[in-house]
Design a protein around this ligand. Structure first.
Ligand code: PLP
Length: 422
């Protein structure tokens, strides 16, 4: 008899975006004439840039010839891509990364989810809250997160990030072994300054903790003072792993390519105090469980670093950031309290207080209630903040990854709905 890994049964049956899709479907069935505009799921909508398309065509043609055919590639990824990453993403910012510290992946989701298997199941974890759900879920599956208590996991330390603390997570008083940070942040769209990030690196160095830093949205940073990489902070090479992705940088959500930096200086300990190199462990893990990202995807990723590629992907990023700016200005103009959207493609909006008859008083609208009101009232889809963690209650997320037309249409509808309500 094969026994199940019971920890898997603790995972919520529904994934946030599946829940949303179900509710939208129910609306569409009962309102077949009404067309819904979605600013919910954070997927890109604009096509690949010409430099990437050309590189992919070329790679396919190579593969069609005996002389240019590629089978399994190197486990850590092709050197041509790792060298381009070192030069363009790190050396250009004064950061020294060796190509042996770069692991090309099929995207940041798998690596942010898989990295936790390198450390014991009973390490403690801490997450900023709200947070991208994959970090916690992957820890649930090996029992590290504990049990679900209705709104939280019993063994997870949550660092609340809300308007009250300006979305700056507080350094914990107690020891936490593994800390997940995501900046620019999904879902709040907020960023951390160098000074704030330094506090986390110092905490990790002092407490021998491991920081798992997800920089999937770094390409959206506009403020030159905001760090793109945790390695801009002195000492981070000793305590942090960094995840990056071409998904949002270059529209690769359907192509699949990302990378993870595991510096040679990061180590974890045995009970006897022997230090084990995480770079070596991750390499060993990849040899067993990963057979590389396709040659075609890696050539496509390389093309994002050519002069034309860089300029073209920047144009698309600017396109999405125009949406972000329009969302911010319009929603604020309508009186909503909004955050993020300046160095990230997400707007985090507080759901307004409304008069509730049963209470005879003003009360905040819950995330799901606001989601439903917006869906049924304006036929616009957002993402309920509570789906990202308890501190997300009372907020919703809007994505800037739509087309200009859809974003404008959604805003017009929200404006009309808001005015009709008054
Ligand atoms: N990390 C964060 C914070 C994300 O928001 C996402 C996708 O939405 C990912 C990772 C996954 O990226 P990828 O497509 O590279 O797997």
């Amino acid at each position: 008899m094969a026994l199940v890994n019971e920890h898997y049964l603790k995972l919520s049956n529904n994934y946030l975006f599946a829940d949303i899709a179900k509710k939208v479907k129910a609306f569409q069935v009962s309102h077949p004439r009404q067309k819904v505009v979605s600013l919910g799921v954070g997927d890109v909508t604009q096509p690949l840039c010409p430099a990437v398309v050309e590189a992919m065509h070329k790679a396919v043609d190579e593969m069609a010839r005996k002389s240019g055919f590629h089978g399994y590639g190197p486990v850590q990824g092709y050197e041509f891509l790792r060298e381009a990453i070192v030069k363009n993403d790190y050396l250009s910012r004064g950061i020294r990364i060796d190509i042996s510290e770069i692991f090309i992946s099929d995207g940041a989701k798998s690596d942010t989810g898989d990295i936790q298997e390198l450390v014991r199941w009973d390490n403690s974890i801490g997450v900023t809250d709200p947070i991208y759900p994959a970090y916690i879920d992957s820890n649930v599956t090996i029992g590290r997160a504990g049990v679900w208590t209705g709104d939280k996991w019993s063994n997870v330390t949550y660092f609340p990030c809300t308007a009250e603390n300006n979305f700056v997570p507080q350094i914990p008083q107690q020891r936490v072994d593994m800390i997940y940070l995501c900046y620019p942040n999904n879902p709040t769209g907020t960023v951390l300054t160098k000074q704030e990030l330094r506090k986390w690196v110092n905490y990790a160095l002092k407490n021998d903790a491991l920081i798992l830093f997800d920089a999937a949205y770094q390409a959206y940073i506009r403020d030159p003072e905001i760090p793109h990489s945790i390695y801009e902070i002195r000492g981070a090479r000793k305590c942090a792993v960094e995840f990056r992705s071409f998904s949002k940088t270059a529209g690769f959500t359907g192509i699949r390519c990302g990378y993870t930096i595991v510096p040679k200086d990061v180590s974890v300990s045995t009970f006897e105090g022997e230090r084990i190199s995480l770079n070596h462990l991750w390499f060993r893990r990849q040899c067993t469980k990963f057979n590389g990202t396709s040659y075609i995807s890696q050539r496509a990723a390389e093309a994002t670093y050519t002069p034309e590629g860089r300029q073209q992907i920047q144009q698309t990023i600017d396109y999405y950031m125009e949406n972000a700016s329009k969302l911010l200005t319009t929603l604020r103009g309508l009186g909503y309290e909004c955050y993020g959207g300046e160095n990230a493609p997400y707007i985090w909006m507080r759901t307004p207080d409304t008069f509730q008859k049963e209470l005879g008083a003003m009360a905040p609208t819950s995330s799901w209630k606001f989601f439903e009101n917006l869906l049924y009232g304006a036929n616009v889809v957002c993402t309920p903040g509570v789906g990202f963690g308890p501190s997300g209650e009372g907020y919703v997320r809007f994505t800037a990854f739509g087309s200009h037309e859809k974003t404008e249409e959604a805003l017009l509808r929200i404006e009309k709905w808001k005015n009709d309500e008054l």
